[in-house]
Design a binder for this molecule. Structure first.
Ligand SMILES: [Zn+2]
Length: 499
């Protein structure tokens, strides 16, 4: 049986089922009810917030013979006809892959033919900002004088890249990030519907990992369902996300704030042994410090952050023990990491250097050899960045391999299998004569990518993307980094008192 992703299966069919975009839905429903329909719409917003879903519902609603409360009835002959994939009245174009002027001309040439099933011909152009300049001009021509029966819905994640000439001809709708609570409610509904067991905490974790995108949340949910086989636990979700256990993370944060370098380095080593990604750990720490700052300085933090109760209590404790400048400095150290990670492959060393720097941050004017220590940290950071590494720009061969995988990835995304792209996101890619090799170290990602049904999906996507060779998933062991600690202690000499 072919696997259909949750995202595909639970795509909304009516406006009622669209979550988190009430302001958009209300206006569109009113237009349908009053028959006051425009010719050009622009839907903007982050990925996975429902632009294409709403466009599809709208395209059927304008044509439906008996719309129910502004939504397509799904039963009349027009609705039935439009539900078929080969219909000529609703045309979906992905501008990311069809961005040439010829492709747009081909489309606009046919626009004068009347619709076959309903009253309107609807063109949904996804990622419209990807169109070439001449393609934009061709489109503009049609937008200036569209035939009575034509409706354009342009969707984009990058509204700033749309020419003003196009913007001015469209009715613009901004799709917002969907609140965690709404995504969580939707997830619970879907899990219940599938007889999947889950804990409240696990669902919250998945919902907030989606970062406002329903599609991303559902992709993660997909991974969790297949990883946890029917019973989604908090620990299972943590493993899938590669995120750190909040309890351990709070303990690490406390060590950093208290200046306990030894404790902090031990905890990082333990997390590294578990296969945690150091870049994820750095961003987890950054958001922990940020959340603590909220708790300390913002009366409505509990509502704003929507964290699990135990974690909130733990952060309250941290907030009470340290002052704002201290927390702020620690947060800055961690966010600065994100930029540096891009230029180096020595993530663990970078993170350790940042943690030591944050832990030994001067707290008052006094601080004797703190200056000296700071200089050494700076020297260390400099040495780390000059260590031989593969660098930011991948070697040409690796870059090519990445591009090949990129084609497979967008094919997978198109097929609603974004979860596999997510699972493969930390893999390194190599192109061999006889295969495209994905080297994966995280256990959860391996398990998902090696699942027979998923392997088949990847193979099919690779074929469709014209890769011309099999995609092989290979397990890699983590590089031993035991030499790091002695290296660091050596670097700091005796002035760093590790007790
Ligand atoms: Zn209908």
């Amino acid at each position: 049986m072919a696997y259909t992703s949750l995202y595909r299966r639970y795509r909304p069919d009516t406006f009622r089922d669209v979550i988190g975009q009430d302001h958009v839905v209300r206006t569109l429903v009113n237009q349908i009810k009053s028959g006051n329909i425009g010719h050009a719409y622009l839907f903007t917003g982050t990925r996975g917030t429902g632009k294409t879903s709403v466009a599809k519902i709208f395209s059927r609603a304008v044509n439906c013979l008996h719309p129910e409360d502004g939504s397509p009835c799904g039963k009349c002959e027009v609705c039935m006809e439009l539900a078929l994939s080969g219909n000529f009245d609703v045309l979906e174009i992905d501008a990311a892959s069809n961005n040439s002027v010829d492709q747009i001309r081909e489309l606009t040439d046919k626009i004068n033919f009347p619709p076959t099933a309903g009253r309107y011909k609807v063109y949904i152009i996804d990622e419209v900002h990807m169109l070439s300049k001449s393609a934009h001009n061709a489109l503009l021509k049609t937008l200036e004088e569209p035939p009575e029966h034509a409706i354009f819905i342009l969707a984009t994640t990058e509204v700033h890249a749309i020419p003003a000439t196009i913007l001015s001809r469209c009715m613009r709708f901004d799709f917002r990030l969907v609140p965690v609570q709404k995504i969580a409610d939707r997830l619970k509904f879907i899990f219940d519907d599938n007889g999947v067991k889950y804990s409240e905490q696990a669902v919250r974790m998945i919902a907030s990992a989606g970062q406002g995108s329903v599609r991303d949340a559902l992709s993660i949910a997909d991974m969790c369902v297949s990883y946890c086989s029917g019973d989604i636990t908090y620990d299972g979700v943590l493993e899938v996300l590669g995120t750190s256990d909040p309890v351990k993370l709070v303990a690490l944060a406390e060590d950093i704030l208290a200046g306990n370098v030894e404790g902090a380095l031990e905890k990082i080593a333990a997390m590294c042994d578990l296969g945690k990604s150091m870049s994820v750990l750095a961003s987890d720490l950054a958001s922990l410090f940020r959340n603590t700052l909220y708790v300390k300085n913002c009366g409505s933090a509990a509502d704003l952050l929507a964290l699990p109760a135990e974690l909130y209590e733990a952060l309250k404790g941290v907030a009470a023990r340290y002052d704002t400048p201290r927390l702020l400095a620690a947060m800055r150290r961690m966010t600065e990491m994100e930029g540096e990670f891009r230029y180096s492959t020595q993530h663990r060393i970078l993170l350790e250097a940042a943690v030591i720097a944050a832990a030994t941050e001067p707290r008052s004017e006094g601080g004797g050899n703190v200056r000296e220590l700071e200089q050494k940290v700076a020297a260390l950071a400099k040495r780390v960045s000059s260590l031989p590494s593969r660098g930011f720009e991948p070697a040409p061969a690796e870059k090519d391999a990445r591009q090949v995988w990129g084609r497979v990835a967008s094919e997978l995304e198109r097929r609603g299998m974004g979860m596999l792209v997510l699972a493969a996101s930390e893999a390194s890619v190599e192109e061999h004569d006889d295969a495209l090799v994905m080297k994966v170290s995280a256990e959860s990602a391996l398990r998902i990518l090696r699942d027979p049904a998923h392997r088949k999906a990847i193979a099919q996507a690779a074929e469709a993307a014209g890769v011309g060779k099999p995609v092989v998933i290979e397990e890699v062991r983590k590089i031993e980094e035991d030499k790091v600690l002695p290296y660091l202690t050596n670097m700091f000499g005796k002035s760093l008192e590790i007790k």
